[in-house]
Design a protein around this ligand. Structure first.
Ligand code: NAD
Ligand code: 6OD
Length: 484
């Protein structure tokens, strides 16, 4: 059987225990994964600390950027291998991973290589109280060792979204990928070695959260900062763990994102856009729209059109290039999503489409599939409208005025993303600015420019990633004041 190993100080290392990596499309075992115990996590952190004193620390910014470009090149060279591993681990359609996940991994390294070469430093000409001159300038230094903990929905994309800026700033990292999707983090170690990244700069420990590699890493005194993407509840736990040592944290957490559809929208474009926003990656993107508010005149027409889209989606094997919807990540996650499908009916929802499990009559019946699902008729206080489900499902409700739509969209403890669909430019700006979220798209969704701030408010996170925001998190600014 294939083994997925930890990577510490440039060596692939077995753990004392193993767990299985399962293909969610058919329930088969892909590999056995070596779990890092507390001692191995400690070795990984020590190796990352040693790297802070080695050739990595002496490397200039230009040389570091060159290395990041080389990592991107190796990722592209290993495209097929990374693609196959990501598809097997996640069950996402191969067409999606080929278009989104793997190209973004390379783009993440190139973006932060470009940025670090041109990152400005602040400087101020100042005056002393006695009228003399002083000069203040800031220098950017690495934080040291960064602990990186990532989820399963976009494994390589989200891992490299953190590793690339952390390395660009001169840090060394210990990463703990999700136990559900361990493969590409270890394959990235091979890419790092091939690109010539010094030993100890990139380390991987596999395992779970509490009382396992995740907690051992966040609790470790040798870790200077923690960056985490995952559930809001997990973020709260990590916050408690790191509080004792006052480590800086960056958190990208859950969402219950709203879309607002005005009657003056481009109808076809909106239905296409929102079908994508609800069902992409089987609804397992933190930015997915689980709540859609539609102006009353076009409510019925919109629900019918979205229903047609949902029913025409091709559900199937992730490796089939025609597949648009794959399985959920795991059997337990399917149980969770199906429990919300059941709850929606108990809460009084009308099921417009879906609500169950598709039947294939082949090995996919052992996979974690659910039907794309649309509900209407729920009260705004219903749990299915308030809680993140993280599946291919949305609730659609009508509204009568712009003010009402804004109030409904903002009535949530989350605040990650929103989308607004209208051909009225003034209203587009006005409503976008009224959204209590970190990211609002107007007439589009998940259209990314990697230099822009990305993050959430409320239960959706702390801090911003992207562009200079990432570079500022992953560096310490040391201000130097010189009396002239
Ligand atoms: P999760 O919180 O269950 O797990 C994420 C990671 O944290 C895993 O590697 C896990 O092993 C680790 N972990 C769990 N408990 C831990 C602990 N106590 N200490 C240290 N590490 C711990 O999340 P998930 O189920 O993998 O991902 C889905 C969630 O992630 C959804 O809520 C989704 O909205 C969110 N998400 C948010 C963003 C964003 O950018 N805001 C992006 C992707 C996913
Ligand atoms: O595109 C990104 O940079 C990003 N962080 C996406 C997150 C998606 C959440 O599932």
């Amino acid at each position: 059987m294939k083994s997925i190993l930890n990577y510490i100080d440039g060596q692939f290392v077995r753990g004392t225990r193993t767990f299985t990596d399962i293909n969610p499309a058919d329930g088969t075992v892909i590999a056995e994964v070596s779990e890092a115990d507390a001692g191995m996590v400690d070795s990984a952190v020590q190796s990352a600390r040693s790297a802070q004193g080695g050739p990595w620390a002496r490397m200039g910014v230009r040389e570091r950027a060159t290395l990041l470009y080389r990592i991107a090149d190796v990722i592209e060279k290993k495209f097929d291998c990374l693609l196959a591993a990501e598809v097997a681990d996640t069950g996402k359609p191969v067409s999606l991973a080929a278009k989104l996940d793997i190209p973004r991994a390379a783009a993440n390294f190139r973006t932060f290589a470009d940025l670090i070469k041109t990152a400005p430093a602040e400087a101020f000409q100042s005056e002393t109280p006695d009228g003399k001159q002083a000069l203040n300038y800031a220098v950017r230094k690495p934080l040291g060792v960064v602990g990186i903990i990532t989820p399963w929905n976009l494994p390589l994309l989200l891992l490299t979204w953190k590793v690339a800026p952390a390395l660009a700033c001169g840090n060394s990292v210990v990463v703990k990928p999700s136990e559900e999707t361990p493969a590409t983090a270890t394959l990235l170690a091979e890419a790092m070695a091939e690109a010539g990244v010094p030993h100890g700069v990139y380390n991987v420990v596999h395992g779970f959260g509490p009382n396992s590699a995740g907690e051992f890493l966040t609790r470790h005194d040798g870790v200077n900062a923690v960056t985490f993407t995952g559930e809001s509840r997990t973020g709260a736990e990590i916050m408690r763990t790191v509080a004792a040592s006052v480590k800086p944290v960056s958190f990208e957490l859950g969402g219950k994102n709203a879309a607002i559809v005005f009657a003056d929208c481009d109808f076809e474009e909106t239905v296409d856009g929102l079908s994508n926003a609800v069902f992409l990656n089987t609804g397992q993107v933190c930015l997915c729209a689980e709540r859609i508010y539609v102006e009353r005149h076009i409510f019925e027409k919109f629900v019918d059109a979205l229903k047609q889209k949902a029913e025409n989606l091709r559900i199937g094997a992730p490796t089939d290039t025609a597949t648009q919807v794959g399985p959920l990540i795991s059997a337990p996650h399917r149980e969770k999503v199906l429990s919300y499908y059941k709850l929606a009916s108990q809460e009084g929802a009308a099921v417009i489409t879906g609500g169950g499990v598709p039947q294939f009559g082949n090995a996919l019946d052992h996979g974690s599939y659910v039907q794309p699902t649309i509900y209407t008729g729920l009260k705004e206080s219903a749990r299915c409208v308030k809680e993140e489900i993280f599946g291919p499902v949305c609730h659609v409700a009508p509204f009568d005025s712009e003010e009402e739509a804004v109030a409904l969209a903002n009535d949530t403890k989350y605040g990650l993303a929103a989308s607004v669909w209208t051909s009225n430019l003034k209203r587009g700006h006005r409503v976008a600015q009224a959204m209590n979220v970190g990211i609002t798209w107007v007439n589009c969704w998940f259209l990314r420019d990697l230099r822009t701030p990305f993050g959430g408010v409320g239960l959706s996170g702390i801090g911003r990633e992207g562009g200079m925001h990432s570079l500022n998190f992953y560096s310490e600014l040391n201000n130097i004041c010189i009396r002239l």
